[in-house]
Design a protein around this ligand. Structure first.
Ligand SMILES: *[C@@H]1O[C@H](CO)[C@@H](O)[C@H](O)[C@H]1NC(C)=O
Ligand SMILES: *[C@@H]1O[C@H](CO)[C@@H](O)[C@H](O)[C@H]1NC(C)=O
Ligand SMILES: *[C@@H]1O[C@H](CO)[C@@H](O)[C@H](O)[C@H]1NC(C)=O
Ligand SMILES: *[C@@H]1O[C@H](CO)[C@@H](O)[C@H](O)[C@H]1NC(C)=O
Length: 861
């Protein structure tokens, strides 16, 4: 008995799920995923304008897929006002598309690119492309806000197309990756276009009804040609045509209507074109019949059929019963009697002064639309399931409601589980991050990396939860840029298989394990941190000095004073960055403005050479805030081997910071001009530097770095080009590097995304984006090597940038295939041993700056 009942019940469900079909498309039901995530759309049908790499090709643009590098990414950044990039899907046949879903590149936590906005273009024939607009005429669709959530957008009006393009849009230059899905169903009508006289305007006592076809996608001059619009949007008009389902539109919106005065012939002719020759059974015309307003369904229709090459001689005539009693809108069904045609031309005769249509559908062959809900697809997370159209009336059957409720409950449960899991992961990340990161100032210095003078605070253990949370938030959402290190990982063939990572990765280290490493460490990738500033170029241009400035000046931390701008005399430009320039200037009367502790260095009553870093006056607010924070950080650094901030000009634009400048320029140029002591120098009469003085300079750098590391600052760009030389071989560490064209060859430029001094960077900085004091130690080793080579040669000069990155992979794999910088001719073994210790694979085995400093002092005779 029970068994029987069960079968019965199942059958019932099956009937509900599969049974119901109908002859016209219902946008509330036509919401099936069309096969990006499900795989029904083949790889070869997904194409794109360009791709960043093979691993971010168009075929990886499938929603919810994590293959390849996790999404489609175009080759170049998306610029404002350029709509060059697109991801194109060929659905192979016409589809009615009601919904689109987009997602960014998450790649298990290492991706952080997404499209904040996009446009859609579509085509039915692959030749004529139409820009989608919503019912208010807006083209831009709001996209994603993070790299992982799926954002679904209803297309109002829906699209009828075979080809669809997603075109990322941005108001500033940014990197974008997309994964997408289309939802809808096949367009069984096969209608490609209808051509009709333009709809007219009806004057009513109080207002007019606009009976034009407001979403027609063809040309409208006197008549409408080559498009589809309201007659095929799946929305049937209401009985009273002055109202509409659609929110916030004018009276008469749903209908296209004509007045008999404009048609002396007494009929309106509409021509329908189809994708192919079809066997037509019926045409259904949704007509308004509000005779109180002189609107009636048509009195008669005469249809001509075009098949093969000609119009059939005998038309089909049909006269519906004229209904004078019931004013409700209705479908009038015209039997097309199995005529074969690829085009149909119908003349609709007026029954009254007005004729208003809201939909025309065609039934051909035997295909029918489903009316039941799309069966839930397994494996989809709840938010990928297209939401049911709220205006769509679900059948009132109890069973269906029950099923619906059950499904909903399941989804809610799944959603809750997903959210809980997600939050746990997130919480962990936040905790790790908060432990490791950086107080308020760090945010600033992280984001000013591309600028000059940036110092970074390392993994401070003293900061509170609150601060790090804000740091975290600030860094992550603002930098939707590539994290190149993870890309670099992918480029290294065996990286994924390596099992010798002692510290963090497990034996089965795969790409995702690497990811975990990064996440566990909670250290932001350089891209997330560094490019924050490069992003914000479109911010508002408010010039008011923010409140921060005030506490900057009054605060105890800051012991710098405002310097009268007029006392600065420009000498030469030292460098130029994204947000400003660095000038060499002479400052008069600097002594009065300087902190007393400086005075030892500077002769009185003489103009002082200073470096003046200026923020462009059109820099945005973020850049300004970062600049002010940088001042704050700089003002705290007090060490004889670190360049000092002398004064600032922040009362008016452009904001300036005035720092020491050393008369001998940077160490790289200084050493290049000099020769080692010896025969050669004697012959060429070049100035020389003794080995002792080389050691002296290296010791000072180590001392300055010892100071920075004691404050947990990470420099990130230690190199001879960033050290300044004063009298008697004194050295002060600065950070001008990236702003100077002179050294652009030292930085690896990733397609305008970020510049990295890869030849100075540790393997973990390049591959994992980790910057620590230990990576500064690595860079120190390279700096030492430069010094002993008299900066005559770039590190790894025989290797290309790509080979340097390959070599980094060898450092990671540690199979004795990595290439170390060779021992310089001048370099005694003891010194080379220090260098080699700086380049140890395991960060913990590298010496501290204290140890280095001590060792250097011992080498110095
Ligand atoms: C239709 O009429 C409305 C109301 O006058 C107007 O705003 C809209 O631009 C018209 N649309 C077209 C496509 O002509
Ligand atoms: C059109 O379809 C009907 C019904 O399926 C069929 O009887 C008829 O033969 C078809 N006509 C042509 C020309 O194929
Ligand atoms: C339009 O329709 C109205 C109402 O049926 C009729 O009185 C009028 O003569 C018609 N005008 C034309 C030009 O047919
Ligand atoms: C009917 O439903 C199936 C899924 O059950 C879907 O794949 C198909 O596209 C639907 N067809 C139409 C015309 O809606």
């Amino acid at each position: 008995m029970k068994h029987l009942w069960d079968t019965h019940f199942l059958l019932l469900i099956l009937l509900y799920l599969l049974g119901a079909v109908t002859s016209q498309v219902n946008p509330g039901v036509c919401r099936y995923p069309l096969g990006m995530s499900g795989g029904q759309i083949q790889d070869e049908d997904i194409s794109a304008s360009s791709q960043w790499s093979e691993s971010t090709a168009a075929r990886y643009g499938r929603l919810d897929f994590e293959e390849g590098d996790g999404a489609w990414c175009p080759e170049i950044t998306v610029e404002p006002d350029s709509l060059k990039e697109f991801l194109q899907i060929d659905l192979r046949s016409l589809h009615f598309i009601t919904l689109v879903g987009t997602q960014g590149r998450h790649a298990g936590g290492i991706g952080n690119e997404f499209a904040q906005m996009y446009k859609i273009k579509y085509s039915r024939d692959g030749r004529r492309w139409i820009s989608w607009r919503n019912r208010q005429g807006k083209q831009v669709i709001e996209g994603n806000r993070n790299a992982y959530d799926i954002v679904l957008k209803d297309l109002e009006p829906p699209i009828i197309a075979r080809f669809v393009r997603f075109m990322p849009v941005s108001d500033h230059s940014m990197n974008v990756c997309m994964r997408v899905e289309l939802y809808g169903c096949e367009w069984l009508d096969g209608l490609v276009s209808y051509n009709a006289p333009a709809g007219e305007q009806m004057s009513l006592p109080a207002y007019s009804a606009h009976l034009n076809d407001s979403v027609y996608d063809g040309a409208i001059i006197h008549s409408m040609t080559e498009g589809l619009g309201q007659l095929t949007d799946g929305v049937c008009g209401l009985d009273d045509f002055t109202f509409s389902h659609v929110y916030n539109v004018w009276p008469g919106y749903d209908y296209v209507g004509w007045n008999n005065e404009s048609f002396p012939s007494g009929y309106v002719e509409i021509m329908f074109e189809f994708d192919r020759t079809r066997n037509f059974t019926t045409m259904k015309v949704h007509c308004n019949n509000m005779f109180s307003r002189h609107v009636k369904a048509f009195r008669q229709v005469v249809c001509y059929f075009h098949s093969e090459s000609d119009w059939e001689a005998t038309p089909l005539t049909f006269s519906p019963v004229v209904d004078e009693k019931n004013p409700s809108a209705r479908f009038v069904t015209v039997n097309l009697a199995n005529h074969m045609a690829s085009a149909i031309k119908c003349q609709f005769y007026f029954a009254d002064a007005w004729m208003l249509f809201s939909e025309i559908t065609f039934q051909s062959d035997t295909a029918m639309y489903n009316t039941t809900l799309a069966p839930p697809k397994t494996g989809l997370t709840p938010n990928t399931q297209p939401a049911e159209d709220p205006t769509h009336k679900v059948d009132d059957s109890n069973t269906r409601i029950l099923i619906g409720c059950l499904v909903a409950i399941i989804f809610i449960l799944v959603a809750i589980i997903v959210i809980i899991l997600w939050r746990q992961v997130w919480q962990k990340m936040l905790e790790k991050a908060s432990r490791r990161m950086l107080d308020d100032e760090l945010t600033a210095s992280l984001s000013i990396q591309s600028e000059t003078f940036g110092y970074n605070h390392n993994q401070s253990s003293t900061n509170s939860e609150q601060e790090s949370n804000s740091t975290y938030e600030r860094i992550f959402p603002l930098g939707p840029d590539y994290q190149e290190p993870s890309r670099l990982i992918c480029k290294l063939p065996e990286f994924a298989q390596s099992s010798e990572e002692p510290a963090s990765t497990s034996t089965a280290a795969s790409k995702s394990t690497t990811t975990t490493t990064v996440v566990q460490d909670g250290v932001p990738h350089y891209a997330e941190a560094d490019i924050v500033n490069l992003q914000g170029v479109t911010g508002s241009n408010t010039y008011a000095i923010p409140a921060l400035t005030m506490d900057l000046l009054s605060g105890k931390d800051v012991a710098v004073e405002e310097f009268p701008r007029k006392l600065l005399t420009f000498k030469e430009k030292l460098g130029e960055g994204q947000f400003g320039e660095v000038h060499l200037c002479e400052a008069e009367g600097m002594q009065e403005f300087m902190n007393k502790e400086f005075l030892f260095d500077i002769p009185e009553d003489q103009p002082v050479l200073v470096a003046v870093k200026m923020l462009r006056s059109d820099a945005n607010k973020n850049a300004r805030n970062d600049f002010l924070k940088e001042i704050k950080i700089m003002s705290r650094l007090k060490d004889p081997n670190i360049i000092r901030l002398l004064a600032v000009c922040i009362y008016s634009d452009p904001l300036c910071m005035i720092t020491e400048y050393m008369e001998n320029g940077d160490l790289n140029q200084f050493l290049s001009r000099h020769e080692p002591e010896g025969q050669l120098a004697l012959l060429s009469n070049a100035p020389t530097v003794s080995f002792n003085n080389l050691c002296y300079m290296a010791t000072q750098i180590a001392s300055g770095m010892k100071y920075l590391s004691s404050l947990n600052f990470v420099h990130r760009d230690l190199a001879t080009r960033n050290c300044l030389v004063g009298k008697n071989y004194t050295i002060k560490i600065a950070d001008f590097g990236m702003s100077r064209n002179l050294y652009s060859g030292d930085y690896y430029r990733i397609q305008g995304r970020a510049v990295l001094p890869i030849r100075w960077m540790s393997w973990e900085s390049i591959l994992l984006g980790k910057f620590t004091t230990a990576s500064d130690v690595w860079a120190f080793g390279v700096t030492l090597w430069e010094i002993l080579n008299f900066c005559k040669e770039q590190p790894y000069s025989q290797l290309t940038d790509e080979q340097v990155i390959e070599n980094t992979g060898e450092f990671f794999r540690d199979q004795k295939r990595q290439i170390y910088l060779p021992q310089p001719v001048l370099c005694p073994d003891s010194l080379y041993k220090i260098m080699l210790s700086c380049w140890r694979r395991n960060t913990k085995e590298r010496p501290s700056f204290q140890e280095i400093h001590k060792a250097l002092l011992e080498i110095q005779p």
